[in-house]
Design a protein. Structure first.
Length: 399
C-alpha cells in the first residue's frame, strides 16, 4: 500500500522538536515549539498542579467514562476563567463549554461543528498565523483566506489593512482571531482596536472564532480576556478555543475547552447537543486527568491563588528574557534595531530573521527556531543567552 507513496513532510513545529531531541550537540538550544521552560531549561510541573493531582489520587473512586463534554465540575469554573464570573453571557446561560483534548481539539471540534451548519463559509486567518490553523480548518472542509495582520516594514500590525479586509468579509464567513499573545508574531491589538473589530463583526455578521491559547501570558488572566469578553457581550454567535497547555503547564494532558456563545440560552443548548454528536464520532469523550486538575485548582481559592502566582512568574521570566535578548544583541553592536521584541507579548517573537539565517543557526549553532524566524523566548535562559546573542550576531554579520 505504501510502496509508491512519498513520505509526508515533518510538522513545521513538532517536527522541529523531534529534530532537537535527536541533536547530540551539548550547545543546542530549543527556541522552537511553544513550551515554557524555567531558568534551568526544564518544563516544570506547577506546584498547584502537583497538589491538585495528590487530591485527585486520594479522591478518585472510578475510571468510568466522562460525559461527552467532560466532567460535570469542569465547565463552570472554566467559563468564569475565560469570560469572567459575572459576564452576562455566562449568567444568562448563553455559553456552553466542553473539555477537549487540548486547544487543537477545541479548534477541530469547533471547525467540524461549524462546517455542518455553515458548509459554504470561508475561514479567514491572519497573515501569518499558527501553522496548524490551516490544517485544522482545511481538514474540516473549509476553504481558507487571509486577512493582513503583521507588517514587517513597520514591525507591528497593519491595523488599517486588517480592518478594511474584515469590513469586507461576507456575512456568515468565519474569522479566526488570536485573543492575546499572537502566535507567531507576538504583536497584539490594543483595546481600542479590538473595540473597532467587534463593531465590524456585529455590523457585518461574520462569525468570530477566537483562539485563546495563552490566557495569562500577556498581562493577567483577567486583562487578557478583553477580546473574548467583548465579543461575548455582543449577543452574537461566536466560538472560543481555550487551552490549558501553557497557563497550567498541562501540555501532555491535552486539556483545552471549546466554548460556544449563542444569542439565547435555548440556542446554546441546541448547539451543545450538536457539539456532543461531533465529539462522539471524533473521540467519544475526553481524557479525564487534565480537566480534573484544572477544575480542582479553579474551584479551590488557595490553589487558584497559588496557580496565579506561578503563572505570573512564568510571564515575568519571559519578559526578562525579552529584555536580555534585546540588550544582549545591542551590546554586541548588531547592525539592526531589535527593540521591537520588547513590544511583543506572550511566548513568541517574530525576530525578523530570515530563513537563511534560521537554517544557518540550526546547522552551525544547533539553535532551533521555527521557519519564518519565530522564537520561543521561554527557551532562553541566563546560561544560554550569551551563546544565542553571539550566534545571531555572527550569523547576521556573515550574511
Ligand atoms: C506552538 O505554536 O509552538 C505550540 O502551539 C505548539 C504546537 O502545537 O504547535
Amino acid at each position: 500500500m505504501w510502496q509508491n507513496v512519498q513520505a509526508a513532510p515533518a510538522d513545521a513545529i513538532l517536527g522541529l522538536a523531534d529534530a532537537f531531541r535527536g541533536d547530540t550537540d551539548p550547545r543546542k538550544v530549543n527556541l522552537g515549539v511553544g513550551v515554557y521552560k524555567d531558568e534551568s531549561g526544564v518544563t516544570p510541573i506547577l506546584r498547584a498542579v502537583k497538589e491538585a493531582e495528590q487530591l485527585l489520587v486520594e479522591r478518585e473512586v472510578s475510571k468510568d467514562y466522562l460525559p461527552i463534554p467532560g466532567d460535570m465540575s469542569f465547565a463552570g469554573p472554566v467559563k468564569e476563567l475565560l469570560f469572567g464570573a459575572g459576564h452576562a453571557a455566562v449568567v444568562e446561560n448563553r455559553v456552553v463549554t466542553a473539555h477537549t483534548p487540548g486547544g487543537t481539539g477545541a479548534l477541530r471540534v469547533g471547525a467540524e461543528l461549524l462546517h455542518r451548519f455553515l458548509p459554504k463559509a470561508t475561514v479567514w486567518v491572519s497573515t501569518p498565523t499558527w501553522v496548524n490553523h490551516r490544517g485544522i480548518f482545511a481538514a474540516a472542509g473549509f476553504p481558507l483566506r487571509e486577512y493582513p495582520y503583521y507588517d514587517a516594514m513597520r514591525m507591528g500590525i497593519d491595523f488599517s489593512a486588517l480592518l478594511e479586509t474584515l469590513q469586507n468579509v461576507p456575512a456568515g464567513d468565519i474569522v479566526v482571531l488570536h485573543a492575546c499573545c499572537h502566535n507567531p508574531c507576538g504583536f497584539d491589538l490594543s483595546r481600542a482596536e479590538w473595540d473597532a473589530i467587534i463593531e465590524v463583526a456585529k455590523k457585518k455578521e461574520w462569525l468570530p472564532f477566537l483562539d485563546f491559547a495563552y490566557q495569562g501570558f500577556a498581562e493577567s488572566p483577567e486583562a487578557d480576556r478583553y477580546a473574548v469578553a467583548g465579543f461575548a457581550a455582543t449577543g452574537q454567535d461566536m466560538l472560543v478555543a481555550g487551552s490549558f497547555s501553557k497557563n497550567f503547564g498541562l501540555y501532555d494532558e491535552r486539556c483545552g475547552a471549546l466554548s460556544l456563545i449563542a444569542p439565547t440560552a435555548a440556542q446554546a443548548e441546541v448547539a451543545m447537543s450538536h457539539m456532543k454528536t461531533v465529539i462522539r464520532v471524533l473521540y467519544s469523550n475526553p481524557p479525564a486527568h487534565g480537566g480534573l486538575i484544572v477544575a480542582t485548582i479553579l474551584a479551590d481559592r488557595r490553589l487558584r491563588a497559588a496557580w496565579r502566582e506561578e503563572l505570573a512568574a512564568m510571564r515575568q521570566r519571559i519578559v526578562d528574557m525579552r529584555r536580555l535578548l534585546v540588550d544582549g544583541l545591542k551590546a554586541r553592536g548588531v547592525n539592526r534595531d531589535f527593540s521591537f521584541i520588547n513590544r511583543q507579548r506572550g511566548m513568541f517573537s517574530y525576530t525578523g530573521l530570515d530563513n537563511r539565517v534560521v537554517e544557518r543557526l540550526r546547522g552551525e549553532k544547533h539553535i532551533y527556531m521555527v521557519a519564518g524566524g519565530r522564537i520561543n523566548l521561554a527557551g532562553l535562559t541566563r546560561k544560554n543567552i550569551d551563546y544565542v546573542c553571539d550566534s545571531i550576531c555572527k550569523a547576521l554579520a556573515d550574511e
